[in-house]
Design a protein around this ligand. Structure first.
Ligand code: NCD
Ligand code: ZN
Ligand code: ZN
Length: 354
């Protein structure tokens, strides 16, 4: 009888990129960056720091801090973004484009999500910026939720699309637009039917979880993010569009770390941390849905194609081997509770080429 361990299934994947990521700054940045750099070659880095990254100068300085936080021997390319405000002018967009380091500009409706207070109160204020972005082919990245507190929290994506995003996409017919972290049937349908140049990112949580996960056995703050998880019908719409291999939909984790004490609070922050196992979580979901063959393009091809960047040439290896996610990671002086804390994930990243 052979005593060799059973052969594990393996998945060789072109190294993926994360097209929507929060890296924060300082000690938090140093804590989370290695997780992303171990898996992804590049990431679109969100600009919602406090204060926000509203100028090219701030974006370039942030880029240096990210590169400075990268552990020796790791490679990673941060693709920077600019935070749009009511006052972003055409000259700032020109500078952003000329820098060669900025790959998109982010629209946060004021008050819609974490650190969006300096966001846009009325997209009419953005006309000079959007015209310049369209001319220079710099994509607009959108947190697509209505910020009006009277709108039902589960309807905010649909409401924003109908009243703001759909008209904007037609008003700027050559502007490339990404509806970030699409969370609803309405969002999926909008992107499928939109003119060319409109795409969406998809997070692991919006693929895997519905809003029951917010209340399973009690209030679950670590499943709270924005856009908030929707119903099962919405989740199925997201799974099905990915199953169909639509190239407008690609990987963006929206990994958004917050200290445990700011999540487990009377007014907890929105954001789910998934960078510790991002590609593994997608692999698990795709396998469970019987669509593992769709993972390579979703994770490693559609994103660079949309952003008009070369696909990565390196590979990573995933091994079908369950591992236990720690209950928390160090996060500067605080702790960070990851998605699936204390549970298992059925795929792991091979640290060595397998
Ligand atoms: C993000 C964060 O914490 O920065 N939170 C979230 O719930 N997704 C902000 C965002 O992407 O909207
Ligand atoms: Zn957002
Ligand atoms: Zn985000």
């Amino acid at each position: 009888m052979s005593s060799l361990p059973p052969r594990r299934a393996q998945l060789l994947l072109r190294r993926p990129d994360d097209w929507h990521l929060h890296l924060r700054d300082g000690a938090a940045l140093r804590a989370v960056l290695p997780f992303t750099a171990a898996r992804f070659a590049r990431a679109i880095v969100m600009p919602n720091l406090a204060p926000p990254v509203t100028s090219t100068a701030l974006a370039l300085a942030y880029r240096e801090r990210i590169l400075g936080a990268l552990p020796a021997g790791m490679r990673f390319q941060p693709l920077m973004t600019l935070y749009l405000t009511d006052h972003t002018n055409a000259a700032e967009i020109e500078r952003a484009h000329a820098s060669g380091a900025i790959y998109g500009c982010k629209l946060y409706p004021a008050g819609a999500t974490t650190h969006s207070d300096a966001g846009v109160t009325d997209v009419a204020h953005l006309a000079p910026a959007l015209e310049t972005m369209m001319r220079l082919d710099l994509p607009l990245l959108v947190h697509g939720e209505a910020s009006d507190a009277r709108v039902d929290v589960f309807e905010r994506e649909a409401h924003f699309i109908e009243h703001i995003l759909a008209p904007l996409v037609e008003r700027y017919p050559r502007l490339r637009v990404v509806l970030e972290h699409v969370s609803s049937t309405a969002g999926v349908q909008f992107v499928c039917a939109a003119r060319p140049g409109v795409a969406a990112t998809i997070t692991p949580q919006h693929l895997m979880l519905n809003r029951n996960a917010l209340f399973s056995g009690g209030l679950r703050p670590h499943h709270y993010c924005l856009p908030v998880l929707k119903g099962e019908r919405d989740r199925r719409s997201i799974v099905e569009v990915v199953a169909g291999g639509n190239p407008r939909f690609f990987l963006g984790t929206d990994s958004a770390p917050h200290a445990r004490h700011s999540k487990e609070s009377a007014c907890g922050c929105a954001g789910i941390f998934s960078a510790h196992a991002a590609i593994e979580l997608y692999a698990e979901l795709f396998e469970a849905e019987g669509i593992l063959s769709r993972l390579p393009a979703f994770a490693s091809e559609f994103g660079p194609d949309f952003y008009r960047l070369a696909r990565n040439s390196e590979q990573i290896t995933l091994v079908k081997e369950a591992w236990s996610v720690p209950s928390a990671y160090a996060f500067g002086e605080a702790e960070l509770v990851p998605l699936r804390a204390g549970e298992t994930i059925s795929w792991r990243l091979a640290s060595e080429p397998a």
